[in-house]
Design a protein around this ligand. Structure first.
Ligand SMILES: *[C@@H]1O[C@H](CO)[C@@H](O)[C@H](O)[C@H]1NC(C)=O
Ligand SMILES: *[C@@H]1O[C@H](CO)[C@@H](O)[C@H](O)[C@H]1NC(C)=O
Ligand SMILES: *[C@@H]1O[C@H](CO)[C@@H](O)[C@H](O)[C@H]1NC(C)=O
Length: 233
């Protein structure tokens, strides 16, 4: 992911262990984009075999991605499955406040088979204290507040985008979300490595920050039918 305030994404590699490897050729492919990608030709992206797009909507409660609407409309026009994501700033306001801001600016969801549950992008602080100055239990409460507010409004739990390393460091490796929230792990490697506690599998994998299509490169861990089911709720 890219931040509005910084352009460096630091990925701390974790020790690789023998774990299942996604079949990169078979699973539905996706991308995630923000204003950094500017104009995207979604028909080309679709023709390249991409099935889904996550599009940056908001950050904190002060930033709306200026290209969200055109990205979302372009992806829709090209018959791509799509959803919005929110970059969390847990140090600036409550989880509920940020969920409402996200919901009001593109993060909504409906059971139409083409809208993915909104994603909460929670990861390294691009510009300040590690873990945004929150203790692990405060961080878990913040994420619960965001997640429950999103669920109350839409009926689905948000996808959680993170890295295993950040999750371990900043939530104390909480297993509190594994039974409710789909997981989206960033790991730029040929295998996904260890997952955060509780989750026995990942739903999405961001496996590279560049590739043959614009933005970060992702895949869905399942079939195209499974992806459509996620978009039906
Ligand atoms: C993205 O937003 C910028 C800033 O508002 C604007 O200049 C540009 O035309 C937008 N591009 C697209 C593809 O919407
Ligand atoms: C989406 O399609 C509509 C109808 O053809 C068109 O008016 C609009 O400009 C398209 N939007 C984008 C972003 O391509
Ligand atoms: C993909 O999902 C399946 C269950 O549907 C699971 O067995 C497998 O471990 C998952 N892969 C990863 C890398 O999480």
């Amino acid at each position: 992911m890219k931040f509005a305030t910084a352009s460096v994404f630091v990925l701390v590699a974790t020790a690789a262990t023998a774990l299942p490897v996604l079949q990169k050729r078979a699973n539905p492919k996706g991308i995630d984009i923000s204003s950094y990608q500017g104009t995207v030709n979604f028909n080309t992206v679709k023709a390249n075999g991409i099935s889904f797009v996550y599009i940056k909507a908001t950050e904190g409660t002060t930033f709306k991605d200026p290209n969200f609407s055109s990205h979302y409309e372009g992806a829709t026009n090209a018959s791509l499955i799509r959803g919005g994501y929110h970059f969390a700033h847990p140090d600036s306001s409550s989880g509920a406040t940020q969920a409402k801001y996200f919901l009001a600016h593109g993060g909504g969801w409906s059971s139409d088979g083409i809208t993915l549950p909104g994603a909460l992008d929670i990861e390294y602080n691009p510009s300040g204290a590690e873990c945004y100055g929150l203790s692990a239990s405060e961080m878990v409460s913040w994420i619960k507040d965001f997640s429950n507010t999103y669920h109350s409004s839409t009926g689905v739990y948000p996808v959680i985008y993170t890295t295993t390393d950040w999750w371990k460091t900043c939530t104390g490796n909480s297993a509190a979300f594994a039974s409710t929230n789909p997981l989206w792990i960033a790991r730029y490697s040929s295998s996904i490595g260890a997952l955060p506690a509780g989750w026995s599998y990942t739903t999405f994998w961001q496996y590279a920050d560049s590739g043959s299509n614009p933005g970060d490169q992702d895949e869905f861990n399942g079939t195209l039918d499974g992806l459509k089911k996620l978009a039906l709720g």
